[in-house]
Design a protein around this ligand. Structure first.
Ligand SMILES: [Zn+2]
Length: 188
C-alpha cells in the first residue's frame, strides 16, 4: 500500500518476480513488466475485454526508482514542484514501482493519459469489469482529497478478486478508506 503518506521501504525497492504479461503492449523495456500475480490477472482481464470487443493495451507498467527520479525531476523542471506533485509521484512513492499497478491504453492514443480517456471503451469497460479480475481504478473521480491524485481512469491496481469485489459491494472506492489508513492528500 503506497501513497503520498506511505513511501516504499526501501525507497529503491525492486519486485523480485517481474515478468512481461502476454498482452498487447504499447511500451517496451521495464514499463512492459508487472509482478507475476498482476501479470497473470492482467492477461485474464485483457482477454476478457477483447472477448467483449474492447481493445486494451498495457501503456505503462513497472517503473524503477531511477526512472521515477527522472520522470519526477522532468515535471519539476518543466512546471515547478507544486505542479509536479499533482501529476507525478515523488521517487519511492509510485505504485508503478511495486509491480502491482499499471496504466491501460486503447491502442488509439488520442486520449491516452488524458481526462477524455474516461469516456473511451477501454476505460468504461475497466470501470465496470476490472474488479472481476482483482483490480481497482486506484484514483477515482473527485476523491483526490483522499488518494492524493486527480482522477486517473487508466491507472489500475491489483488487490485480488476477493478484496476488489468486497470494495465494490460495500461502495468503498479508495484503498485508503478500505484499509482504514487515513487520507493521503499530500506529502507530510
Ligand atoms: Zn499509473
Amino acid at each position: 500500500m503506497v501513497n503520498k503518506r506511505r513511501p516504499l521501504k526501501p525507497a529503491n525497492y525492486v519486485p523480485r518476480d517481474l515478468v512481461q504479461p502476454k498482452v498487447a503492449l504499447a511500451v517496451s523495456g521495464e514499463a512492459a513488466l508487472l509482478n507475476r500475480t498482476t501479470a497473470a490477472a492482467a492477461e485474464r482481464m485483457f482477454a476478457a475485454a477483447a472477448a467483449d470487443g474492447v481493445m486494451m493495451t498495457l501503456a505503462s507498467g513497472y517503473r524503477s526508482y531511477a526512472t521515477q527520479v527522472a520522470t519526477y525531476n522532468g515535471h519539476v523542471s518543466a512546471r515547478g514542484q507544486a505542479a509536479a506533485d499533482t501529476a507525478s509521484a515523488r521517487p519511492g512513492h509510485s505504485e508503478h514501482q511495486t509491480g502491482w499497478a499499471f496504466d491501460i491504453g486503447d491502442g488509439g492514443g488520442a486520449c491516452s493519459f488524458q481526462p477524455c480517456f474516461a469516456e473511451q471503451p477501454a476505460a468504461v469497460w475497466a470501470k465496470a469489469n476490472a474488479y472481476r479480475f482483482g483490480f481497482v481504478v486506484r484514483y477515482p473521480w473527485m476523491l483526490h482529497p483522499i488518494t492524493g491524485y486527480y482522477y486517473e481512469s487508466w491507472h489500475l491496481r491489483y488487490i485480488g478478486v476477493e478484496a476488489a469485489a468486497d470494495m465494490r459491494k460495500s461502495g468503498i472506492a479508495t484503498l485508503e478508506e478500505y484499509f482504514g489508513l487515513g487520507a493521503a492528500p499530500g506529502y507530510p
